[in-house]
Design a protein around this ligand. Structure first.
Ligand code: DAK
Length: 257
C-alpha cells in the first residue's frame, strides 16, 4: 500500500484506514481508491474486525479526486477506466464504516465521507462539492447523497456555488453525526466504533443493510426487507444470547454466530 496506512487492530476489533498523501491534501488518485477498496474488502472478510474507521489527517480528510490526474482525460478514458466500480465496491462493505474527518472533505472527499455510514468531525472540518468551480459537477454521488442528507435547498446552494460548509453547518443540516475538538476526532470515532463493535456483528450487518435499503425503495418494500432481516436475526446465536443476557441481568457475550 503506497497511499494508505492500514492498522487491523487500531483498537480491539476496530480497524483504521488512514489516507496518506498529505502533501496533496489526500487528493484521491485512482491507486489510492483501489488501495482503499482492497483494504476494505480484506477487513470486511476478517472476523477479528467489527468496525472500520477511515481518516485522513488534521489538515485534510481528502480535498477531492486528483484534479491533476483527471484534467486531460476524455469521457471515453473515464468510461474505459470505470472508476465507479471501485467506488461501488466501497459502498458494498458490510461492516460499519465511520469517517473521522478533520480539515477539508471536498468534492470526491466529501462524497467518500458520505459513502461511509457515519461521520465524526473535528471543529475544523469543512465539507463541500466545489466541482462547479472547475467546470464540472459531482461525479461520485454528491448530487444524490448530499441532497438526501441536507435537503434540496441546501444541496442546490452548495453544489451550484461550490461554497464550503463548516462543520457546525454540516451538523445542523444532518450531514454529520458529531463535532469534537480537533485533538479528539479520531478518539471519538474509535469510541463510536467500539460501542458498535460490542454489539452482535450479525445484527449490525442486518441493521446496516436495512437502513441503506431505505434509500433504494418505497416504504412498503423497505418495511418488508426490515422484517425479513429481523426474522433472520432470530437464526443467530447472538440474538438468543442477547435476550438471555437481558433476562439474566448480565452483559451479553456475542460470538458473531
Ligand atoms: N487534486 C490534486 N491536487 C490537489 C487537490 C486535488 N483535488 N487539492 C489540493 N491539491 C494539491 C495542490 O495542488 C497543492 O499541490 P502543489 O501545487 O503544492 O504541488 C497541494 O495539494 C496543497 O494545496 P493548496 O496549495 O491549494 O492548499 P490551500 O490550503 O491553499 O488550499 C484547498 C486548499 C483544498 C482549498 C485547495 O487545494 C483546493 O481548492 N483544492 C481543490 C478542491 C476541489 O476542487 N476538489 C474537487 C475536485 S473534483 C469520480 C469520483 C470522484 C470524482 C469524480 C469522479 N469517479 C468515480 C469517476 C470527484 C471529483 C472531484 O473531487
Amino acid at each position: 500500500m503506497e497511499f494508505i496506512i492500514v492498522t487491523e487492530q487500531y483498537a480491539p476489533a476496530v480497524a483504521l484506514i488512514q489516507l496518506n498523501r498529505p502533501k496533496e491534501l489526500n487528493a484521491l488518485n485512482r491507486q489510492l481508491m483501489e488501495e482503499v477498496r482492497d483494504a476494505l474488502k480484506g477487513l470486511d472478510a476478517n472476523a477479528n474486525v467489527r468496525a472500520i474507521i477511515i481518516t485522513g489527517n488534521e489538515q485534510a480528510f481528502a480535498a477531492g479526486a486528483d484534479i491533476k490526474q483527471m484534467a486531460d482525460m476524455s469521457a471515453i478514458d473515464m468510461l474505459l477506466i470505470d472508476q465507479f466500480s471501485t467506488w461501488d465496491q466501497i459502498r458494498k462493505t458490510k461492516k460499519p464504516v465511520i469517517a473521522a474527518v478533520s480539515g477539508f472533505a471536498l468534492g470526491g472527499g466529501c462524497e467518500f465521507a458520505m459513502t461511509c455510514d457515519m461521520i465524526v468531525a473535528s471543529e475544523t472540518a469543512t465539507f463541500g462539492q466545489p466541482e462547479i468551480k472547475i467546470g464540472t459537477l459531482p461525479g461520485a454521488g454528491g448530487t444524490q447523497r448530499l441532497t438526501r442528507a441536507v435537503g434540496k435547498a441546501k444541496a442546490m446552494e452548495l453544489i451550484l456555488t461550490g461554497r464550503f460548509m463548516p462543520a457546525e453547518e454540516a451538523l445542523t443540516h444532518g450531514l454529520i453525526n458529531k463535532i469534537v475538538p480537533v485533538e479528539m476526532y479520531l478518539k471519538e470515532a474509535v469510541a463510536l466504533a467500539q460501542e458498535i463493535a460490542r454489539m452482535s456483528p450479525v445484527a449490525v450487518q442486518l441493521a446496516k443493510e436495512a437502513v441503506n435499503r431505505s434509500f433504494e425503495t418505497l416504504l412498503d418494500e423497505g418495511l418488508a426487507f426490515e422484517r425479513k432481516n429481523f426474522y433472520l436475526s432470530f437464526a443467530s446465536a447472538d440474538q438468543k444470547e442477547g435476550m438471555k443476557a437481558f433476562i439474566e441481568k448480565r452483559k451479553p457475550n456475542y460470538t458473531g454466530k
